[in-house]
Design a protein around this ligand. Structure first.
Ligand SMILES: [Zn+2]
Length: 406
């Protein structure tokens, strides 16, 4: 068998296309495969599909998968056809091994898409010897195509959060389908308009805003406003872990202030107060007991934190609300300014805090995905644009079907 036929089979080149020559160059470490077509062949008109004869040709080159250490390139005489139907005009035909406008074969693009899942784009770029903007363009194309196919008609429970884009200065907002665990939409900024942008995109993907019954988020004014306006039937649940985080931050400040007054008592206790009693070492437990005898604010603040956590162990909403009321009365009378501030925050978000008993929603999934996005960002030493970061987020969490050739 001729080498040309072997490569024809390996590459899936079918008539009327045929391999004209295969050329290895040791000096440039290149494999060049020339593709032509049979004399008198006809091709479908890209506008109407009618078989039409070639009118003229132009040479085009695509990068293909490496052949061992050789970079492989396909070059083809690509015909333009003159369709018999008036109005179609003279058009370049589509080739089966690449999509229009791309300088890579479909298989090479599939390789790129497989690599960008495993390593940072700049590493892919170095590995393949291609400029990273070309790699980002491929990613952008496949993400767009796959998102066009996505259907949001069954989405009823959503989660929203922001994550930092560049050194904490810029943010992107991310919207999730909490049942499917997939990223639905990402956009720059963290104001309430991001929710409007999400709703518009949601509707484009057959989402029905009125069908959304629940939204999980932290206590962000912007997201509360946006969700209330754009998703009128969504019950907001405030993430309970975020609430506990606010409480821990307040406790940390109380401890830090008091440590200045009683350094001998509170030195080295910073992490003790973040733990729950069952996780304390014997020594830490003994120290807490000592502290509680000393009537320190820190000791009281710690007890108030435990009581807040305890709210979420209630059997039902009614019991939970009773516990939250008791907690609030304790916290607001604590005479510890940081703790009173948390109490007021809870009061202002009362229903959304208690909504957890009905929805059982948290932002755990959202936080986990944010973690993955941030670690991808760190490995890449940042992204040049917010668009790149969002495309990477879709790649990580969009559960997109890229329909790539294999
Ligand atoms: Zn035509």
């Amino acid at each position: 068998m001729e080498m040309e036929s072997l490569f024809g089979i390996a590459l899936g080149i079918n008539p009327p296309w045929e391999i004209e020559s295969v050329n290895f160059s040791k000096e440039s470490k290149r494999l060049d495969i020339k593709i032509g077509f049979q004399r008198g062949a006809t091709f479908p008109c890209p506008v109407c599909g009618a078989q039409s004869p070639a009118y003229d040709t132009a040479d085009k080159t695509w990068r293909h998968l490496n052949f061992f250490q050789y970079e492989a390139y396909l070059t083809a005489r690509v015909p333009r056809v003159k369709c018999p139907h008036v109005g179609c005009g003279v058009k370049q035909v589509e080739v089966p091994w690449a999509r229009p406008g791309s300088g890579f074969t479909l298989l090479f693009e599939a390789l790129i898409m497989a690599l960008v899942r495993e390593m940072p784009v700049n590493a892919v770029s170095a590995l393949l010897g291609e400029h990273d903007t070309r790699i980002w363009r491929i990613l952008d194309h496949y993400v767009k195509g796959a998102r066009d196919q996505s259907d949001y008609s069954e989405v009823t429970r959503i989660g929203v959060d922001e994550t930092s884009a560049r050194r904490g200065q810029d943010y992107i907002s991310l919207f999730f389908d909490l049942d499917q665990g997939r990223l639905l939409f990402g956009t720059g900024g963290k104001n309430h308009e991001t929710v409007t942008a999400f709703k518009e995109d949601f509707v484009l993907h057959k989402g029905v805003p009125e069908k959304v019954t629940d939204a999980s988020m932290d206590m962000s004014k912007a997201f509360i406003k946006g969700i209330t306006e754009e998703f009128p039937n969504a019950q907001i649940t405030f993430d309970k872990f975020h609430l506990i985080q606010i409480m821990n931050d307040a406790l940390g400040k109380v401890r830090a202030e008091e440590a200045l007054l009683f350094p001998e008592l509170l030195h080295g206790t910073r992490y003790v107060f973040l733990k729950n009693p069952e996780n304390l070492t014997e020594k830490q437990d003994a120290m807490l007991t000592t502290l509680s005898y000393c009537h320190l604010k820190t000791g009281r603040a710690y007890m108030i934190k435990l009581a807040l956590q305890d709210v979420f162990f209630a059997a039902n909403r009614e019991d939970g609300e009773a516990r939250l009321k008791r907690w609030y009365n304790w916290a607001i009378r604590s005479q510890i300014e940081q703790i009173k501030k948390v109490a007021r925050t809870v009061k202002n978000h009362w229903n959304g805090v208690l909504a957890w008993f009905d929805s059982k929603l948290t932002n755990s999934l959202v936080e986990a995905v944010n973690g993955l996005i941030q670690s991808a960002k760190r490995r890449a030493r940042g992204y040049r644009s917010i668009k790149n970061l969002i495309n990477m987020s879709y790649l990580i969490a969009g559960k997109l079907d890229f329909r790539l050739p294999t």
